[in-house]
Write a protein that binds this ligand. Structure first.
Ligand code: UD1
Length: 344
């Protein structure tokens, strides 16, 4: 089967950013083929997407590390572009089990690139992360800011994958790549039909906040209030996942419409606004009128004091900017948590 309209393969399309991007792509008129092995999601994510877009989507339960299975997807569908999300993302787990991360995150991406080369599918968008900047002292960070040595195997997989992509774009005429460096994605689709599905105890701040508000966790720990920041808690750049999804649509259009200035490009995707942990928690409480018990604990190992994006390049070159404000984002996150927990 080939696709009628411009078609895109989304690997990891049942995940948090993958589901939102799949919706944004379909709403922008693309045909989408999703592959996911459900290692960190389940079929409810796909049915959530289908409810939002009002139709079935092409889905294959495939592990992108399984080259033969992935090859069958390339043979079956005529997409020209791939958005590669499929990866593990728990920093602590990557420290405990680095081989799991190097194997999964790198083999899957190399399979994608190898098959793109074999089947002459030119365009790839790669999910990178602000983690590649490490503990930077140039703030806000631009795409030119030097990458610091990775602080975890997870972070290292992002740096290595960026380098693999850069080298493939240089070496192979038919491969074009864009790496999007995400800052801190938060929130959920306004329909509350898709959102983040953390397994076990959340590592990230906002899922911990929403679970505490829902009574699933008793008390949020704020990791350190003695940083050299205005209120002593860490500063991050929290980007609404729906805005982030739209950045993928903009980057894809740039590739398809021959707007790239280089065969390999990098864009920061953030808001450009630093928000402290305390501000985020208090804004959540205010936006939703719910209580979130919290206490100050010690610093978490590996946290950088502050990182936020210079978004000028993405704004100018992708013609993209954020549309959702923090209150809307925090309300959507709470609506999603209530949906998951059947809270009225
Ligand atoms: C983390 C990862 C980053 C990854 C990103 C993906 C680390 C060091 N970094 O970013 O590599 O790309 O997730 O989403 O793990 N916080 C609390 N209490 C909590 C949880 C977090 O105070 O229960 C604080 C943290 O100390 C940090 C901020 O909230 O200051 C944001 O934390 P988090 O959501 O985990 O994101 P990052 O650490 O920025």
């Amino acid at each position: 089967m080939s696709c009628n309209r411009e078609c895109v393969l989304v690997s990891g399309g049942a995940g948090y950013i993958g589901t939102h991007t799949t919706v944004a792509l379909i709403e922008a008129g693309y045909d989408v083929v999703v592959v996911d092995n459900f290692s960190n999601s389940d079929a409810s994510a796909i049915s959530g997407v289908e409810k939002i877009v009002g139709r079935k989507i092409a889905f294959h339960q495939v592990d992108t590390c399984d080259r033969d299975a992935l090859k069958r997807v390339f043979e079956q569908h005529g997409f020209n572009s791939v958005i590669h999300f499929a990866a593990f993302k728990a920093v602590g787990e990557s420290v405990a089990d680095p081989l799991k991360y190097y194997q999964n995150n790198l083999v899957s991406f190399m399979n994608i690139l190898d098959l793109m080369k074999e089947y002459q599918r030119p365009n790839v968008l790669f999910s990178s992360s602000a983690t590649v900047y490490g503990d930077t002292d140039t703030l806000p960070v631009t795409e030119e800011s030097p990458r610091q040595p990775a602080m975890s195997p997870y972070g290292n997989t992002k740096q290595i994958a960026e380098d693999v992509l850069r080298d493939c774009c240089r070496a192979y005429d038919a491969i074009y790549g864009i790496a999007l460096r995400y800052f801190n994605p938060i929130g959920a689709h306004p329909s509350a039909l898709i959102g983040e599905l953390p397994r076990g105890v959340p590592n990230n701040l906002l899922p911990y906040v929403t679970q505490t508000a829902a009574g699933v966790r008793q008390c949020l720990s704020i990791f350190g209030n003695d940083y050299d920041t205005p209120d002593g808690t860490c500063l991050r750049d929290y980007i609404d996942v729906v805005d982030l999804a739209r950045a993928h649509v903009a980057a894809l259009a740039r590739m398809l419409h021959h707007g790239m200035k280089d065969k390999y490009e990098i864009f920061n995707v953030g808001t450009g606004n630093p928000v402290s942990v305390l501000e985020l928690v208090n804004s959540f409480i205010e936006a939703n009128g719910v209580d979130v018990p919290f206490k100050i604990s010690g610093r978490r190992q590996g946290d950088v004091p502050a990182v936020w994006a210079d978004t000028a390049l993405a704004n100018k070159e992708l013609g993209w900017k954020t549309e959702r404000n923090l209150t809307q984002t925090l309300r959507a996150a709470w609506a999603w948590e209530k949906h998951l927990r059947n809270i009225d």
